[in-house]
Structure formats: C-alpha cells, structure tokens
Design a protein around this ligand. Structure first.
Ligand code: SAM
Length: 274
C-alpha cells in the first residue's frame, strides 16, 4: 500500500518543511495539500499515483497522524493501556501481588529483565513491561510509517495523572524498524530475558475500536517456525505469544508451547527455557 506524505490544510512553513524531510528520509512521495479537504487530498493522491489504496501521513503542527484508506486515524495514544494500568495499580494498592495480573504472570517479568517486544505496534504492551522491569526494552516494528508515528508520538506524549510515571519509563523503550524475523536471525543467544510476540489477531470475531486503524493497515503475519526457533535461542527465560483464542490450532509447530487461556478473548502461548 502506497503511503503519501502531506500536511494539514493551510499548513505552516515548518509543517511543510517537516513533511518534505520525512518524505525524503522514508523515501515516500510528498503531495502538496494547500487548501484541499482530506477527501480531495485522497482523490488527488489516487489520481496522481494511479493507486486505489493509499494511506496519507499528515504533519499537523509538527505532530504525525496516519490516515488509513478508510480515513481512520492512527497516532500514538495510551488507549486501552490506561484501563490496564489502573487495574494494576488497584491490585498493588490493595496489597495483592501484581504478579497476579495475567500479563505479568505469563511474561514472568522481574525488575531488571530485558524484554524484546517483537510487535511494538502502539507500544501499549511495551509500556506495561517497562513499568514492571524498569529496564530497557527493545521494540521491533516492521512498518516504517507506523514505527515513525509511534516513536515520534511516544516521545512527545505527556502522560498525566496516575500515568505520569510513563513520562520517564517511556525512555526505556528503544524502537527499531525491522522485521522481527530478520532481527532474531541476527540476535545473540540468550541476549534477552523474555521474547514477546503480539501479532495481529487472526480473523477476530469482535471489534476493538482502539485497534481498528492498526487492524486496517498492519501486516497480519504470524511468526513462522524458524522465527520461533530463533526466539527460543535468544530468550534466557521465556518466549510468549499473545493471540486470539483458538488461533494456535492453525499452526502445527506450536506443540512445545503451553497454552494459557484467559477469561477474555485472548490466550497466551508460553515456552520456558529449561
Ligand atoms: C497487534 S499489533 C501489536 C500491538 C502492540 N503489542 C501494542 O501493545 O500496541 C502488531 C504489530 O506488529 C507489527 N508487525 C507485523 N509483523 C511484524 C514483523 N514480522 N516484525 C515486526 N513487526 C511486525 C504490525 O505492523 C503491528 O504494528
């Protein structure tokens, strides 16, 4: 799918400058917006580049927003992270060991653990990980435009209230734009405590509005056998895959993964190093 870089309507000179810089850096075409509405901009892009499916990366007052072909907006925001984090705080406050939170339980995270997040996406799982580990996390994202939008948005986003702690913790996340398969082929044995995958759900039967823009444009690949073998080599402790319920049945190379069912529509697949 072609991505075109442009700006908001009637842009400032600095937005035009930034859009042109991004277009050069990511090797994507730039399209002048001027006074065009978004619909007119899409029409112009489709005609000019002779492609039906186009997404547009907009620079708006220096912030980045990716508009999908169906005009959904993708930008960095905490989304469901807020609810998940407030639940964790509640558990901690009432002296329930926060390890009881299934996400932390399956990842078996301890302070100081080094995590490789193989599907960084909107960074929500990654932020929860660094809250627990207080340590560096390397996050891999295959899509160069999503990677840029999330990296830039995360840097600028000002968490408030109980989430203020993430203004410091977010600096522990090192996003890299690369296919996780390639990264894992090159990574050293036992170089991360936990290797975590959260591929796009396979044919989910529900709609999560927060994930809809990502669902529309992100690559929906599941890690192949070689990638998982490399993940096992690279993990000191665990490899974990988050997936929608039942999806593991579609793959015949997951026999040595333990399935952890949840009360939600998710399940986790866990492989532990002996
Ligand atoms: C379901 S989302 C991940 C959500 C993320 N864990 C979060 O908390 O926001 C999956 C992401 O993985 C990315 N992706 C898909 N295949 C990939 C691959 N082979 N290597 C790296 N990233 C990949 C997609 O572009 C998408 O952004």
């Amino acid at each position: 799918m072609l991505t075109v870089v442009s700006t908001k309507k009637k842009p400032s000179l600095s937005d035009i400058k930034r859009a042109k810089e991004i277009s050069q850096k990511l090797n994507l075409p730039y399209l002048k917006r001027g006074k065009l509405t978004l619909n007119q901009l899409f029409e112009k892009a489709r005609e000019f580049f002779k492609q039906e499916k186009i997404r547009i990366l907009l620079v708006e007052n220096q912030n980045l927003k990716l508009i999908t072909p169906s005009k959904q907006e993708l930008y960095f925001h905490p989304g469901l992270l807020k609810i998940r984090f407030l639940n964790i705080l509640k558990k901690e406050k009432f002296n329930i060991n926060s390890k009881d939170d299934l996400f932390y339980q399956v990842l078996s995270l301890r302070p100081g653990d080094l995590v490789l997040d193989c599907n960084l996406g909107l960074c929500q799982d990654a932020l929860l990980c660094v809250y627990k580990t207080k340590s560096m996390l390397v996050g891999l994202e295959i899509d160069k435009v999503i990677a840029l939008v999330v990296r830039d948005g995360l840097k600028k986003y000002n968490f408030t209230g109980k989430m203020k702690i993430f203004n410091t913790l977010k600096n522990l996340i090192y996003p890299i734009c690369i296919d996780n398969k390639t990264y894992l082929q090159m990574a050293k044995d036992n170089s991360f405590d936990v290797v975590y995958f959260s591929p796009m759900f396979i044919n989910p039967k529900w709609i999560c509005s927060q994930m809809m823009p990502l669902r529309e444009i992100a690559i929906k690949s599941f890690p192949d056998k070689d990638t998982l073998e490399n993940a096992k080599r690279v993990a000191r402790k665990r490899v974990v895959i988050k997936i929608n319920k039942g999806a593991h049945e579609l793959f015949d190379y997951l026999d040595d993964f333990q399935i952890v069912k949840t009360q939600t529509r998710l399940e986790y697949l866990i492989w532990t190093k002996k």
